[in-house]
Ligand binder design. Structure first.
Ligand code: GDP
Length: 446
């Protein structure tokens, strides 16, 4: 997420490695300043950050460790605006969230991503289609909800967003939903009519949160429009979409400080899993190349059901891990988001993540072949790989459009992998997993 900034921080730090004197600190601060400005961090925010690091350093003995601590604490401070972090549930359900943003900012996509994020956390989510300005908006939302099994409330041919919003709230209450996400109208630019419409919806719903979706690529313009929305609506959080296209990352560093509103999530791709919560100390840890285990453990614990993990472990132990289990596991891993971002969360591997190309679990040639192969198997064959004799393999190759050699290679790989897993599971694999899960439950953020 923050490759460029992360790299510059490392460079600045290297300047104080050998010569721990004031000159080295000054050099390092210079490197840091250039890097922050180059990454489009707002000049005033850059100035403030450097000043507070310098002040901190004056009160400490000079050294790389102290410099590192000063950067970390001041950066965390800059990223932390008063307000909530991550997603916060209201004391009495449903938590009502108004989603606002300009047209094309990614508001609709982000609403679905957020619904999915909450669904993965076992919350019952209802989305309300109140963007009645753009003709295709309701249809777009309907398709996205259907594809991702998310409940949608809409009224056919209705033109009054307040009516839709209030009826959606009734449904959320009677249907015992945990969260109601309300998609509101966007325009190409901020205008009176847009503002008064959203204001009316706000008054009707009295939402707990108002999230403003800002396009990261619009940089400082995005900050300005967020500020205008804030003047009228008092937004409680910003979500930066399309952060994957803005390699500079500066706007994420400045936005909380500039607006006085916390950045709550960032969108890092077009897929539904591509949304990450923005929790300042975790982000700083990632920028400093120290990874973010808390988020990684939380993510994995969400998709691994403890009972299911134990069942799978038993199967592996008995050598009964089959192709159905394999497909299921692949689907689960997909829910975690991109491989590159997962690797980046492992302490020590942030650098590695910056250097690798992402592995596309959905479309990579290898995965597509494997899926085609498994789909060509009969139910019995999937459950019992031992059934696959030569004539069955020939049939599979024809069915999946692969050569026999490719089929053999994959089956061999699968056999080796399950042998390895069996060996590993003997060494307290289930216990290790259980430990990890109980820790994740303790650390689980809101
Ligand atoms: P809306 O008009 O604000 O509702 O915008 P949409 O949700 O329709 O999004 C506009 C375009 O931005 C779509 O093509 C989305 O796929 C794309 N988009 C949204 N969020 C992201 C993101 O985080 N990364 C990338 N790369 N594209 C995104």
């Amino acid at each position: 997420m923050f490759e460029q900034i992360s790299e510059s921080f490392r460079l600045a730090l290297s300047k104080v490695r050998f010569v721990d004197d004031e000159k080295a600190i000054k050099n390092a601060l210079d490197v840091l300043k250039k890097a922050l400005l180059k990454a489009d961090v707002h000049h005033k925010v850059t100035k403030d950050l450097l000043l507070s690091i310098e002040t901190d350093m004056k009160q400490k003995s000079i050294g790389q460790k102290q410099f590192l601590d000063a950067i970390k604490s001041n950066l965390t401070q800059i990223l932390t605006a008063p307000g909530n972090q991550g997603f916060v549930y209201a004391q009495v359900a449903p938590t009502i969230v108004l989603m606002a943003g300009l047209q094309g900012s990614g508001k609709t996509t982000t609403t679905i991503k957020l619904a999915n994020y909450l669904k993965l956390r076992k919350k019952k989510v209802l989305v309300a289609a109140c963007d009645l300005q753009r003709l295709a908006a309701v249809e777009q939302l309907r398709q996205l909800c259907e594809a991702n099994e998310i409940d949608l409330f809409f009224i056919e041919n209705e033109t009054n967003p307040i009516k839709v919003a209030t009826e959606a709230l009734n449904k959320a209450k009677t249907g015992l939903y945990d969260v109601l996400l309300v998609d509101t109208a966007g325009r190409l630019a901020i205008d009176e009519a847009l503002m008064s419409e959203i204001k009316d919806v706000k008054t009707a719903l009295n939402p707990h949160e108002i999230f403003y979706v800002a396009d990261a690529m619009s940089g400082q313009d995005g900050v300005k429009s967020a500020s205008k929305f804030n003047d009228v609506l008092q937004i409680s959080g910003v979500i930066l979409s399309k952060f994957d296209s803005d390699s500079k990352g500066g706007v994420a560093i400045s936005i909380a400080k500039q607006l006085g509103i916390p950045l709550r999530f960032v969108g890092i791709g077009e897929k539904v899993a591509d949304l990450e919560s923005f929790i300042p100390d975790r982000i700083v840890s990632r920028i400093m190349g120290e990874g973010d285990l808390a988020t990684l453990v939380e993510k994995t614990s969400m998709i691994i059901d403890e009972k299911e993990a134990k069942r799978l472990n038993q199967k592996i132990k008995k050598g009964q891990f089959n192709f159905n289990d394999f497909l299921e596991q692949m689907e689960s891993v997909k829910k975690l988001g991109s491989m590159k971002s997962l690797i980046g969360m492992i302490p020590g591997l942030t650098n590695v993540a910056n250097q690798i190309k992402d592995i596309d679990l959905e479309n990579s040639k290898e995965i597509v072949h494997i899926k085609a192969l498994i789909n060509s198997m009969t139910k019995k064959e999937r459950e019992n790989p031992d059934l696959l004799n030569n004539s069955r393999k020939r049939r599979l190759a024809a069915g999946a459009g692969l050569s026999q050699m490719e089929v053999n290679r994959f089956l061999k790989q699968f056999e080796n992998a399950s042998k390895l897993a069996k060996k590993f599971s003997g060494k307290g694999g289930a216990k290790g997993l259980a430990n990890m899960l109980s820790q994740a439950n303790m650390n689980r953020p809101r």
